[in-house]
Every structure is written in C-alpha cells, then in structure tokens.
Write a protein that binds this ligand. Structure first.
Ligand SMILES: Cc1cc2nc3c(=O)[nH]c(=O)nc-3n(C[C@H](O)[C@H](O)[C@H](O)COP(=O)(O)OP(=O)(O)OC[C@H]3O[C@@H](n4cnc5c(N)ncnc54)[C@H](O)[C@@H]3O)c2cc1C
Length: 300
C-alpha cells in the first residue's frame, strides 16, 4: 500500500529512529517513509488518514527526542531529497526558494556564494528548511521570521496552499505550521545583496563561536530548553549546580549547560529523566520553570 502511495520513495519497516535523530537515540517506527516528491507526500498522508495510522514528520531530526519504544505508526522523513534553490530578483532584494528538505547550512552557503546577505545566522543550525520554519529557528540575533516571505504547505487533507509571513504566525520557537499540523513543502526567503567575502567571513565567525561555546563533538539536539523570559536556561542550570550532572550517559554539558549531550550510550529514557530532573532542580533553586525546546515523540 505504502509503495503504491510513494512509488519512487523509500519505505523502511521497523527502522530505528536513532538513525534519524542527532541525539542518536530512539526506538523503531513501524514504518519510515522517505517520499521522493510532493505527490508521494500527499498520497502517504491521505493513506495514513484513511487507515487511521498515526504519522509524524521528521526533517533532519536535530530537535527531536524519540522514545526508546519508538513510534507506533509512520514517520515521514523530509530531508535533502531536493536541495536545489531557485533565485528571483525583486527590486533591492533577491527571493530564494528552498525545498523543505534542503539543509539550512546549504541554503546559507549557496546564498553567501551568490553574494546574498541575511541568512548568515542559519549557517550553523543543523536543521532542514521545513524544520526551521516549524521551529522559527534562530541564532545570534537572527531568526527565520526576519527573512521569510512565505511557505508553501500541505494540510492533512492533502491541500496545498501558501502562507505569507503573517499567516505563518512565527514567534519564539513557534509557528502556525506546528499549531495547525501542516507540512512545509518549500519556503521563500528575501535576502539582500552583499559581498560574498564579507558574508562568508561572518558565517565563519559565527561558526567559530559555536565551536568554542557548544559541545558539538557530542550528539545532542542543541539547546534542550527554551529560553525563559528574562533568563538564560544554561545559566539557571549552572546556578542549580547541575553542570556535568548525568543520568547514565545523558549529561548536562560542562561546556554549555543549556545542552544535554549523549556521551555515548545514552538512551532516550536517560535523556528524559535528566531533562525532568534538571527542570525540577532549577525550579526549586530559582523558581523558574524550564520548558523543553526539544520535541518529544512516542512518549505518554
Ligand atoms: C548542535 C545543534 C545546534 C543547534 N543550534 C540551534 C540554533 O542555534 N538555533 C535553533 O533555533 N535551533 C538549533 N538547533 C535545533 C535544531 O537544529 C532546530 O530546531 C531546527 O530548526 C530543527 O530542524 P530539523 O529539520 O532538524 O527538524 P526536526 O528535528 O526533524 O523536527 C523538528 C520539528 O519540526 C517538524 N518538521 C520538520 N520538518 C517539517 C516539515 N517539512 N513540515 C512540517 N513540520 C516539520 C517536526 O515534526 C518536529 O516537530 C540545534 C541543534 C543541534 C543538534
């Protein structure tokens, strides 16, 4: 049935989702489907709906914690099938259209090589375009909201339509895409003309900052917690005495307390226990409730 729905796509049965997440943890999904095109995405969604099969979309899996029991249903992976980017001049700006599965880093470097500025902040975020729109990803003072013009999306009935920037309702790690259960197909960003050398230098500087401050040598999902209004999660965690605190191989990074890392053989159960414990202890210490930024799949 799935093969008919997405004849050119890939279908895996019982594949471990640890292969699809940057935490490198997570049990199997009944099915993992990697559609090759938009028709494949639509057919699979309709098939899942008609047969009441739960489904979940994964981009690059860099903001996900999947339960060790995995996911009962179907996971559709939308990543890098088509990373071609198209460009269109619009007055002083250039509009770039990128497929949801394209990596943000690739889009950022392609734009830089074309002498287009505005996407530098995204070059070190390891997600896909779709995941970045869903999360309104951001770093170093920039966020998707600043550069996006619109996104083409599909709803659960397979209808495709365009949401402009306002319609996407982007705010801190939030979007209408998540709220309404939509699938991002592609997105248009408006960039300005600049100098390739300067833009590439800016990207290098930001990436160097990341390497210096973040534990990129370990699997993680980036910042584990959202930034609470008026505070920094990492600082609150450090002040609660939790630097290096661990459950099994899941550990609060000593380099950056805002990151939970997998030191080798952590399970998702270790990670979730650590997240809960950190939240609780920070609350007791500071009265601030930390909320996970990482999206959870397959947990009760
Ligand atoms: C080392 C490291 C550094 C990071 N640094 C940053 C940072 O500086 N700033 C930042 O904001 N984030 C950062 N992150 C987190 C992560 O990269 C971002 O949240 C990114 O936007 C997630 O994209 P993704 O494709 O990996 O999404 P996934 O993790 O696969 O999914 C995240 C959410 O998006 C949804 N989704 C994914 N693709 C689609 C689609 N096509 N349509 C609809 N929904 C979709 C999923 O269902 C899920 O709910 C970092 C992560 C790591 C590992």
């Amino acid at each position: 049935m799935l093969k008919e729905a997405s004849p050119r796509g890939r279908i895996l049965t019982g594949a471990p989702l640890s292969d699809f997440t940057s935490f490198r943890t997570g049990g199997p999904a009944d099915y993992v489907v990697i559609p090759s095109d938009e028709d494949g995405i639509r057919n699979i969604i309709l098939l899942a709906k008609a047969n009441e099969i739960p489904y979940y979309i994964i981009g690059n899996g860099t903001n996900l914690l999947v339960s060790d029991d995995g996911f009962r249903g179907m996971v559709m992976v939308i990543r890098d099938g088509k990373s071609d980017v198209s460009y269109e001049e619009r007055g002083d700006e250039v509009l770039i259209t990128a497929h949801a599965g394209a990596s943000l880093a690739k889009v950022a470097y392609d734009a830089a090589r074309k002498g287009l500025a505005g996407f530098e902040f995204a070059a070190g975020i390891p997600g896909s375009v779709g995941g970045a729109v869903f999360m309104n990803a951001g770093a170093y003072g920039g966020e998707i909201k600043d550069v996006i013009v619109s996104a083409r999306v599909m709803d659960t009935d397979g209808n495709v339509f365009t949401l402009d920037r306002d319609g996407l309702e982007l705010s801190y790690r939030h979007s209408a895409v998540g709220e309404r259960g939509l699938i991002v197909l592609d997105a248009v960003f408006a960039l300005t003309r600049g100098d390739t050398e300067v833009i590439l230098a800016q990207i290098s500087e930001l990436n160097a900052k990341r390497r210096e401050k973040q534990p990129l040598e370990y699997p993680s999902a980036g910042s584990t917690f959202k930034r609470p209004e008026g505070y920094f999660a990492g600082k609150l965690i450090e002040e609660a005495g939790l630097k290096g605190y661990s459950v099994g191989d899941a550990c609060v990074s000593e380099k950056h307390c805002g990151f939970v890392i997998n030191k080798g053989r952590a399970t998702s159960s270790d990670i979730i226990k650590l997240i809960r414990e950190v939240s609780e202890r920070v609350y007791r210490n500071s009265g601030v409730r930390l909320e996970p930024e990482v999206r959870m799949i397959g947990f009760d």
